[in-house]
Design a protein around this ligand. Structure first.
Ligand code: NDP
Length: 334
């Protein structure tokens, strides 16, 4: 990571460097884990870590000149920790590099199921999967037949929220930024309806068109103008899960949100959440999702960039919507 970023991130905010002095052994007496990184996850929150002024009690900024960290899948090469041994596969926080010495291995998850693609542990079986699961089931309290709207719906999180909602019998509409993504929502993920928000001049109008009776549940991945328009279209006792606000991440000053009075009149609950707080539910989540994947009841689309050198472009691409599905970087294959 080169230096703090203002505005949209660009590839040159990151650089690739070589260090030949690294020893592929855990230092004597350390309880760390030395891993070979296989798949790295590009996530929108990483942009927030590129800001200088973030509150360190909430999220730590990347230090200029340091190796960027993020979620990934890796193979253990050496371990000083009793829970892990050479050859284990893990997912969790690692470095955007070929090899990483992870000094806090307690936070890592051991991968036990390898009959599914390993890259899934950056997405459907990792942090974004947990986000969709807790955000929808724990925060939105969904019921069969309810009207559900999801923004950034074809992404790592959105595509799953839509499918979870379909599984319990909701009516599901998603918005996304291209025709290809809208087609995916309708034809691959089984949404009832989908639209390209970039082609709509009036978001309030388009929501009224797709939800003539209003919205029960809004899973918000983007914030900003879309959130404002949704608030106008919520039904009584609706729920809004504030998952992310990607439309705000590159602004120096976050925009205010209008129409909040409607939440009072309609007695709507709006609640923010972070997936990591729910990580203790991970094994319950795995028990639910693995059978769905194996039986083909849930699909997952990934956008896999090859090689560590593709990381800057893959990460930056999230903010123009270049990724189609979960953005992953394949560093090595086992
Ligand atoms: P995605 O895979 O959906 O990638 C980001 C997508 O956001 C892009 O492909 C693009 O899709 C869309 N986008 C980019 N800029 C804008 C913009 N200005 N306005 C509207 N849409 C935009 O990412 P994830 O699924 O991983 O994350 C989705 C959201 O969830 C993010 O806000 C993220 O920060 C949040 N999140 C929150 C977590 C939590 O714990 N609360 C955990 C994980 C994610 P398109 O082409 O459709 O515009």
């Amino acid at each position: 990571f080169r230096d703090y970023v203002n505005g949209f991130p660009v590839e040159s905010d990151m650089y690739l460097s070589t260090d030949n002095t690294i020893r592929l052994k855990v230092p004597e007496g350390s309880n760390g884990v030395l891993v070979k990184n296989l798949y790295l996850s590009c996530d929108p929150y990483m942009r927030i870590r590129m800001r200088e002024d973030e509150d360190p009690t909430v999220i730590t900024s990347f230090a200029p000149g340091s190796v960027m960290t993020g979620f990934g899948v890796a193979k253990v090469l050496d371990s000083g920790h009793p829970k892990f041994k050479k050859g284990d596969l893990i997912w969790g926080m690692t470095g955007f590099e070929e090899y990483t010495l992870i000094t806090t291995p307690e936070s890592l998850f051991k991968i036990e199921h390898t009959d599914v693609p390993l890259s899934y542990y950056t997405g459907i079986l990792g942090m974004p999967g947990m986000t969709a699961y807790v955000g929808f089931h724990e925060i939105c309290s969904p019921k069969k037949g309810e009207y559900v709207f999801i923004s950034a719906a074809s992404g790592a999180v959105g595509q799953l929220v839509g499918q979870f909602a379909k599984l319990i019998g909701c009516y599901v509409v998603g918005s996304a930024g291209s025709k290809e993504k809208v087609d995916l929502l309708m034809n691959k993920f089984g949404f009832n309806k989908a639209f390209n928000y970039k082609e709509e001049h009036d978001l309030n109008d388009v929501l009224k068109r797709y939800f003539p009776e209003g919205i029960d549940i809004y899973f918000d991945n983007v914030g900003g103008k879309m959130l404002e328009a949704v608030i106008l279209n919520m039904r009584e006792h609706g729920r809004i899960a504030l998952c992310g606000m990607i439309s705000q991440y590159n602004l120096d000053q976050h925009e205010g949100v209008n129409n909040l009075m409607c939440l009072i009149y309609k007695r709507v609950r709006m609640e923010g959440f972070t997936a990591t707080e729910y990580f203790p539910l991970y094994s319950k989540f795995l028990d639910m999702i693995l059978p769905h994947i194996r039986e083909g009841k849930i699909a997952y689309v990934e956008d896999i960039a090859k090689g560590l050198e593709s990381s800057p472009s893959a990460l930056v691409g999230l903010f123009s919507g270049r990724n189609v599905g979960k953005q992953v970087i394949e560093v090595a294959r086992r």
